[in-house]
Design a protein around this ligand. Sequence first.
Ligand SMILES: *Cc1c(COP(=O)(O)O)cnc(C)c1O
Length: 404
Amino acid sequence: MNDNDFIPFFRPLIGDEEINDVNQCLRSGWLTTGRYAKQFEQDFADYMGRTQAVAVNSCTAALHLALEAVGIKPGDLVLVPTYTFAATAEVVRYMDAIPVLVDMNDSDFNMDMQKTEQILKDIALGKKVKGVPEKHNGVKAIIPVHFGGQAVDVAYCRKLCDEFNLLLIEDCAHCCPAYYKDNDGTWKMTGSSADIACYSFYANKTITTGEGGMALTNNEEWADRMRIMSLHGISKDAWKRFSREGSWFYEITAPGFKYNMTDIAAAIGVNQLKRADSFHLSRKTIAEYYTKKLSDIKGLRLPIENDNIKHSWHLYIIRIDEHLAGISRNDFIKKMTEAGIGCSVHYIPLHIHPYYKENFSYEDKDFPIAYQTYTQAVSLPIYPDLKDFELKRITDTVCEILNK
Ligand SMILES: *Cc1c(COP(=O)(O)O)cnc(C)c1O
């Protein structure tokens, strides 16, 4: 095998349109937030069917701004799945609030809403709940993650939010685009149920700007707060100040952050968004191919698409049961790497990381489903630029390793 034969875990698909617009941006003399960022906000809000969009330099920044805008305070509790990336919970700590971790469903990797309900009830009754300190201000929000691009049970989640008076901040990092069927039978974009929904354009997400994120909401007041806080708490954005219609005057209204999206990134984003649907279709086709070729292998479990969901297929995660498959997950990945195929693991659950163990007394066994899933999970490559012959090599290799 030479280097050219390596199939990476992810390869972005960047076309001439992205490159031309980045060139144009660079030649225009305006590199930071400006025309392209405004365009990207407008296009993204239209695509997702929301009224307000705030473009920022990461989904982490968007989640942080969202919690700040809705008024999360020190000592507030925020429910977060343990089976997620670092960002979902760390933003809660940015506010000096406390992330309360919840186990996942075995079937679809999503935050278990029944367990979420139980935790809400126990906290309301003053019962002891793992990870919750004695002194706190009660639960103020939930941040569900639509894991891998499969929507959580939105109706159930919304019901809990209404019942317990919680804000719903959705981590939609895997959801550009994904859909769910609402109670009234209509298809909705994943994120449209949220008070604020946050999207990621990190290098290996479904569409990318290299680094980037977006917060969407229909609440103008929250959107204004997020805009101001994304740029030092200054009352007007720099573009308005320095363009011809602007003036030199500005006021600092709060100690804000530096989270604005550059026009260089947005010039990539406006063009990636135009291809979001065709990218989605490619990933769906790859997922169907995997599911067809890899079914009925002993010890191998494939991901599912729930009823009334259109999965984004950001991730395609297989699970290896060591006892049935005769090979451990780690050895499986080693063999895939030796065969020149990049795999990954999404994710190492938050509760087994040192920070959460040491500060919130979690133990591995606290969330048995997440822990077991973590020991079995392997993410296979899934992206539009994956060639047919590469796909065939991936499935052939998996079958060979697992003796199909
Ligand atoms: C990637 C990711 C984020 C963070 O996105 P950034 O744009 O890199 O900040 C947040 N949550 C989840 C679930 C992610 O996968």
